[in-house]
Design a protein around this ligand. Structure first.
Ligand code: G6P
Length: 610
């Protein structure tokens, strides 16, 4: 997830681009850059770091131009650095890009053979070279870009300028957002509206496969597949800039909860081939033969990432039949763990900077384990120090309480478990296909799960004044009970506990009285019968029962009227779906209690000290 902006008009484009990038910084902030046309020559200025640093870097030059592109980066391919920062350039073609090009390695190899020289590690650079190669064949910018995009697989929102056609910006989108701002004789492209709200409130949203051509005279849109012109509706933006930054949501946490279908789709993107039944672990240096020899897996993390690790144990042991040990990083680093040969440590960390997790990772390496990190931040310490990385690509997470980073970690663990099970010969080809097919439906099912928001708000209104809350789960959804409880205490300051439902009789049952809400996770799985009896135990002691069940399950409904129904999925993916209502419940309870949802007291997004 990066932010792009483009401007053509009579103002000086440079401050417009810098202001726009500042408004888009929430989309990524590891490096930034601009390009502009001056005296019909392209100029590019880029640097690692935040927009502020770019601003300081260019200040002395007093640059002026009426056209330009800007980019704030959240690295996906290649570490944050000046070379990897956008805009990228090949000959007279300059491109800014938000998205992921899945087949860039093949495209890059092909272009290199034809003599193209690459200067970055990014996937984006292939787009410039492809456009350049088609313009050298005599195509104008529009046609060259269309031809280039025919070869590209993946998601993109791009802005393009050509030195040879100096009065034009092209913008094309597929599966990454792009909006066009329409001012008075001036036009903008941007990943999101806040980038140009200061200048205009009239906008058009580009749809997949649409290309916009911006000139000083106006904007025209066409369909890149049919070449037909498209008539677009102009909308008036009524959001304030602060609201627009959050996509119209009241808090970043809510925005990030709603981003999950997109985030999960990005985690999955390019990770496996359904036809070949193969998993593509691009950044992972372990070979199939190494995976085959694996004797043990350690899963280590902190906070919400530790809950993902707990789910990972259920997935890996069940699918691949490899023993797993799960540790909280601060425990692992001091407990003198026994690390056998042929052992893999999987570290889970959204930020890649959590002090205890990094220390545990170091310790495991010292003791001879191979380390794979499931991480969201490209170029973070964990990703640099690990032997292999599985990037979740969920985009920057700003809300302190982790949501989309968690469900994308679960998605990554699912893909890894299938890879491991395949290497170990534990799954047949048909089973792998079925698991991948279910995974492909996950973004849509998460979208459906989000529809329970109104019912959750009703439940939150009933319970937000309580002092305590109990969450029960079993099997692979026991860690989701822990996660639900953690979310609630983190942001609403209600005391909450997550428990394996089978343990209830060994303690928590003593807490149940008429004031105690108990949320039970009851998906249609192998332990449904067991959780139904636990629910009965709560009910008979006067506890206020809320149940989350699989769509259409009338048996669970018979136990309580506070019901939330989730779309049906397989056992391994049910934790992703069942996390959604719990994140929403914690969110609504916190808002009703007037808590600072995005920055809860005493908590930090990234705990970089012990
Ligand atoms: C902090 C955050 C949590 C996060 C945990 C681990 O406590 O508030 O949301 O789960 O750190 O962070 P990591 O970046 O390593 O996943």
């Amino acid at each position: 997830m990066c932010g792009i902006i483009g401007y053509i008009g009579s103002r000086n484009a440079i401050p417009v681009l810098i202001n726009g990038l500042k408004r888009l910084e929430y989309r990524g902030y590891d490096s930034a850059g601009i390009s502009f046309l001056k005296d019909d020559k392209i100029g590019v200025r880029r640097c690692a770091g935040k927009i502020k640093e770019l601003e300081i870097f260019i200040r002395k030059e007093k640059l002026k131009s009426n056209i330009g592109l800007g980019h704030t980066r959240w690295a996906t391919h290649g570490k944050p650095s000046e070379e990897n920062a956008h805009p990228h350039r090949a000959g007279g073609i300059v491109v800014v890009h938000n998205g992921i090009i899945e087949n860039y390695i093949e495209l890059k190899e092909g272009l290199k053979k034809k003599g193209h020289v690459f200067t970055s590690e990014t996937d984006t650079e292939v787009i410039c070279h492809l456009i350049l190669s088609y313009s050298k064949k005599g195509h104008g910018l529009e046609q060259a870009t269309k031809e280039a995009l025919k070869l590209v697989k993946g998601a993109y929102a791009i802005g393009v300028i050509n030195e040879a056609e100096p009065d034009k910006i092209l913008a094309v989108k597929k599966d990454s957002p792009l909006v066009i701002g329409l001012g008075d004789g001036e036009y903008f492209i941007a990943s999101d509206m806040p980038a140009f709200l200061k200048y205009t409130r009239d906008a058009m949203i580009l749809e997949n496969g649409e290309m916009a051509t911006l000139t000083h005279k106006g904007v025209s849109v066409s369909d890149i597949y049919s070449n037909r012109p498209v008539k677009k509706k102009v909308m008036k933006i009524t959001w304030s800039p602060a609201m627009a930054e959050k996509g119209g949501y009241k808090h970043f946490m809510l925005k990030e909860i709603y981003e999950q279908p997109r985030a999960i789709a990005d985690t999955i993107r390019g990770r496996f081939s359904l036809e070949k039944g193969e998993v593509n672990l691009k950044e992972f240096s372990l070979k199939q033969s190494d995976l085959k020899k694996l004797k043990k897996v350690f899963l280590v993390a902190c906070g919400t990432s530790w809950h993902a690790a707990l789910v990972g144990k259920y997935m890996i042991e069940d699918m691949a039949r490899v023993p797993c040990e799960v540790d909280i990083a601060s425990e692992f680093r001091y407990r003198r763990p026994l690390i056998p040969g042929n052992c893999l440590m999987i570290v889970l960390t959204q930020s890649g900077e959590t002090a205890d997790t990094l220390a545990a990772q170091k310790e495991a390496k010292r003791l001879g384990a191979r380390v794979l990190t499931i991480c969201n931040v490209v170029g973070s310490t964990s990703s640099r120090e690990a032997d292999g990385v599985f990037y979740t690509h969920s985009g920057p997470e700003i809300g302190v309480a982790s949501t989309k980073a968690f469900t994308t970690q679960l998605t990554a663990l699912y893909i890894l478990s299938v890879a491991l099970a395949k290497a170990k010969g534990q799954l047949r080809a048909a089973e792998i296909t079925a698991l991948f097919n279910e995974l492909l439906q996950l973004p849509e099912k998460v979208e459906k799960a989000l529809k329970c928001d109104d019912s959750i708000l009703k439940i939150a209104k009933k319970f937000y004044r309580v002092r305590d809350f109990l969450y029960l789960g079993r099997g692979i959804n026991f860690p989701i009970a822990l996660e639900g409880a953690l979310k609630l205490k983190e942001i609403s300051y209600i005391h909450a506990e997550g428990y394996p439902a089978g343990e209830m009789k060994h303690g928590p049952i003593a807490l149940i009285d008429n004031d105690m809400p108990v949320l039970a996770l009851a998906p249609d799985d192998r332990v449904l019968e067991k959780i139904l009896s636990n629910m009965e135990e709560v009910k008979s002691r006067g506890g206020k029962l809320i149940a989350v069940a699989t769509e259409g399950n009338t048996r669970v409904h018979a136990h309580t009227s506070h019901m939330l129904f989730m779309p049906e999925t397989n056992y391994y993916l049910s934790p992703v779906i069942f996390s959604i209502p719990l994140h929403l419940l914690a969110y609504h309870m916190a808002v009703l209690r007037k808590c600072n949802v995005d920055q809860p007291r005493n908590l930090a997004k990234s705990v970089t000290v012990e």
